[in-house]
Write a protein that binds this ligand. Structure first.
Ligand code: FA5
Ligand code: MG
Length: 422
């Protein structure tokens, strides 16, 4: 049978990103579907939902400097080592991150730029950027999404303490008058400790400033929005968390339209980060929030693929500076196709299957579900069955077209991973 694939898997020696060629090697796993997304900069369009949200957050933090011009192509050292990720952290695995080659990768979070921005001696800054993670495929997961990092640095002395006390008083006063209920956790606990390098009183003041600052942001973003009951207070929940590059660390959830929604991670920056940036006698907090998660809620956008749509029926619904409710313009029928196969001896990661489908189907894939996985008791061979849901966001997809793509998926699966179709 003649194998025809739309994208070429007899891998070219280089990958082209932002107009530059990078040599590939054994660890390269950036697919052309991903490479095509690098440099799109959706969040820079002021009338795109991500741009509108980005602008809203930047104007809330109007006295913070916005960092620009930071390349998504980073070294693993910058993305992980500089932030104290242990050598065996799962995020480093090629199944979870996109590697260009052994020396370069696509950043997995905006925290990758903390050291260089602190090194510029920025005292309060914001950074919005595209980030890349290998993941499952469904309505809320996309391998490219956008984060916004924010940080504020204080002097580690009496002047810093005075600055914190004044700012904390200002923010508490503002929040005390707002219709907001905050489920808090203690700032510092044995499980979520302050750093040895920090005066515990100062660390407590910084953690409190971080929380007050973000509670105030939540108020700006969610209070009074469509779907928020005016009589009901806004509910924000703080949870103890862990990140290698902050302690104490927290996550924030917001109760909106009947659900708790994880919005961001944050904490008091590890002194190691400021030391690496050669910022002396300082203490800082930082947060990293997900723009899509928040935008899907605020604009009622049901599918994360829509952010990438160039359909005027999507784009024309949004206006710079305004949060509006998205009106779905069509629901095209889904077309399910299954594929069952015996795994090769080397196994096959779910994310490898998802990237293969994404590369051949592009945004015609709505979701991929593992519907069966089984190991034969006698032969010990394992098999998997995935259900791929093909569905276009802006037109009717014919069964023939879905079949053609699915056949390419099957033949590529055989050629590239050596699986045996059942
Ligand atoms: C981080 O990425 C940390 N860098 C955040 C941080 C910054 C902590 C500074 C401390 C100091 P996490 O992986 O939890 O953490 O992602 C942060 C946010 O990004 C999440 O809360 C969520 O809103 C968003 N996010 C994460 N994964 C996805 C995804 N697959 N799709 C959409 N949004 C996501
Ligand atoms: Mg998280």
């Amino acid at each position: 049978r003649v194998v025809q694939t739309r994208r070429c898997y007899s891998t070219p020696a280089t990958v082209s990103l932002l107009g530059q060629q990078y040599p590939k090697d054994k660890v390269s796993n950036v697919t052309s579907a991903i490479a095509d997304k690098v440099g799109r900069n959706l969040y820079m369009n002021p009338s795109h939902p991500l741009g509108i949200l980005q602008t809203l957050i930047s104007s809330h933090y109007h006295d913070f400097n916005s960092m620009t011009g930071l390349s998504p192509i980073v070294t693993p050292a910058k993305n992980f080592d500089d932030l104290g990720f242990p050598a065996d952290h799962p995020g480093r695995a090629a199944t979870d991150s996109y590697y260009i080659n052994r020396d370069l990768m696509l950043r997995t979070h905006t925290s990758a730029h903390e050291v260089e921005v602190f090194a510029r001696r920025e005292r309060q800054w914001l950074l919005s950027a595209d980030v890349y993670r290998r993941d499952e495929i469904d309505a809320s997961h996309y391998p490219v999404f956008h984060q916004m990092e924010g940080a504020r640095v204080f002097p580690m002395d009496a002047s810093g303490r005075a600055e914190l006390e004044a700012d904390n008083a200002r923010l508490s006063h503002h929040l005390a008058r707002a219709n907001i209920v905050i489920e808090d956790v203690p700032h510092i606990t044995p499980a979520n400790p302050a750093q040895a390098a920090h005066d515990p009183v100062l660390a407590e003041l910084v953690a409190r400033n971080l929380k007050l600052s973000l509670n105030s942001l939540m108020l700006t973003l969610f209070a009074g929005r469509a779907g928020a009951d005016a009589a009901e207070p806004l509910r924000v929940r703080w949870i103890e968390a862990y990140f290698p590059f902050t302690t104490p660390s927290y996550e924030v959830e917001v109760f909106f339209r009947g659900k708790w929604l994880e919005i961001l991670g944050c904490g008091v920056v590890q002194q190691l980060t400021l030391d690496r940036a050669q910022v002396p006698n300082s203490i800082s907090w930082a947060f990293g929030l997900g723009l899509e998660r928040i935008a899907m809620i605020l604009f009622s956008i049901p599918d994360i693929r829509l952010f990438w749509s160039q359909d005027p029926r999507f784009l024309s619904q949004f206006t710079a500076g305004q949060i509006s409710t998205f009106k779905p313009y069509s629901k095209y029928p889904a077309c399910y196709k299954d594929v069952s196969f015996w795994l090769p001896d080397t196994g096959l990661h779910d994310n490898d299957f998802c990237d293969l489908v994404r590369d051949l189907a592009g945004d015609l894939v709505q979701d991929v579900v593992l519907i069966d996985s089984f190991t034969h008791p006698k032969t010990n061979r394992s098999s998997k069955c995935y259900r791929v849901n093909y569905c276009s966001m802006d037109r009717s997809l014919s069964n023939e077209e879905a079949n053609t793509i699915h056949e390419q998926v099957i033949s590529t699966l055989k050629d590239k991973f050596g699986v045996e179709i059942r």
